[in-house]
Design a protein around this ligand. Structure first.
Ligand SMILES: [Fe+2]
Ligand SMILES: [Fe+2]
Length: 329
């Protein structure tokens, strides 16, 4: 009898969940949700958080070599923003009953993935421009629909993240524009950066729809609002127009406007390269993981000190507590 009523409860809960999704009512952490929905979100949000954190490395590499003080300040602010994005997203994932420690362990052990784009090297200053314009540009296209994703804490986090991403994209475009109007060498450096970052940026939207097994379910749950191929097309259409302002080229001989489709056509993507990088064989996979593991180990004493301070504060043993007590008196 017990079992039967449990099943009936689950059915009712599932029904009310489905109705909320249908009516575009957001799911909050305390609401009932299907096990697979929770699992999918934990995977997606934690991978997103890991990508923000690992994504600090290729650009952090150029902070000391920025060409002017102004560019250095902007780049520092941008890299700090990415750290903030990682923190909001780890917090959003924690509302689904996974701890920060578990997520960190999954990243450092290689169990969890992060965006493959960050396994490519940054070879010149122009790469800061190409990353901002293309990588943050692709992130915006991917993330704007996530402001309307069905899980409320994720959607709320994305609103602020998207505003900051748009600043990132503009600062990247501004770097490329400055270089494209500079000397012949500077213009060539900007073009070389676009040549190297273009195709990996297209891969950021994930495999083609017919090879993306989770897409249909994620669209039904309204976690995803557009398919990988739809988002990729939006990105190509946006960049094909913006590159003209730069006076530079997108490295694709097949890129051309298709009047009938109302979109730009583009050439085939090398998916073998994508899967090779996902599997850990990209140019910088090992370097990126080694940097994160070192940062985690170097930070051990900070975490230990913070925990000890929190313990003392809870026990009323810190100066801060006695200060409060004095004020009260
Ligand atoms: Fe970000
Ligand atoms: Fe960004």
């Amino acid at each position: 009898m017990r079992k039967l009523s449990d099943n009936m409860d689950t059915e009712a809960l599932q029904k009310s969940f489905d109705e909320k999704i249908e009516k575009d009512i957001k799911i909050e952490p305390k609401d009932w949700m299907p096990v697979e929905y929770r699992k999918t979100l934990i995977r997606q949000i934690s991978q997103h958080a890991h990508s923000e954190i690992v994504g600090m490395l290729p650009e952090g590499n150029w902070i000391t070599r920025a060409p002017t003080l102004r560019r250095k300040c902007i780049l520092i602010a941008k890299v700090q923003d990415e750290a903030g994005h990682g923190l909001y997203l780890y917090c959003a994932a924690e509302t689904l009953n996974i701890t920060r420690e578990e997520m960190t362990e999954q990243l450092l052990s290689g169990k969890a993935k992060y965006s493959s784009i960050f396994n490519y090297p940054t070879l010149s200053w122009a790469d800061m421009g190409a990353i901002g314009w293309l990588v943050d540009g692709a992130a915006i296209i991917n993330q704007i629909p996530l402001c309307r994703t069905s899980y409320a804490p994720y959607a709320r986090g994305m609103v602020r993240i998207c505003k900051e991403e748009s600043f990132h994209q503009r600062q990247g475009f501004d770097i490329l524009l400055t270089l494209s109007r500079g000397s012949a060498e500077q213009k060539a450096m900007a073009q070389d950066a676009i040549n190297r970052w273009w195709w990996p940026s297209l891969m950021m939207f994930g495999p083609p729809d017919n090879e993306s097994p989770h897409t249909i379910q994620n669209m039904k749950w309204k976690i995803k609002r557009f398919t990988n191929d739809e988002l990729r097309q939006k990105f190509v259409d946006m960049c094909a127009q913006q590159v003209e302002v730069l006076g530079l080229q997108i490295p694709d001989p097949d890129l051309k406007w298709n009047e009938e489709r109302g979109h730009y056509d583009f050439g085939p993507i090398n998916w073998d390269e994508f899967w090779n990088v996902v599997k850990g064989n990209g140019p910088c996979n090992k370097e990126r993981m080694a940097a994160r593991i070192k940062a985690h180990e170097d930070g051990e004493w900070v975490r230990a000190a913070a925990l000890e301070y929190a313990r003392k504060e809870a026990a009323g043993l810190t100066g801060k507590q006695s200060e409060k007590a004095t004020i009260k008196k």
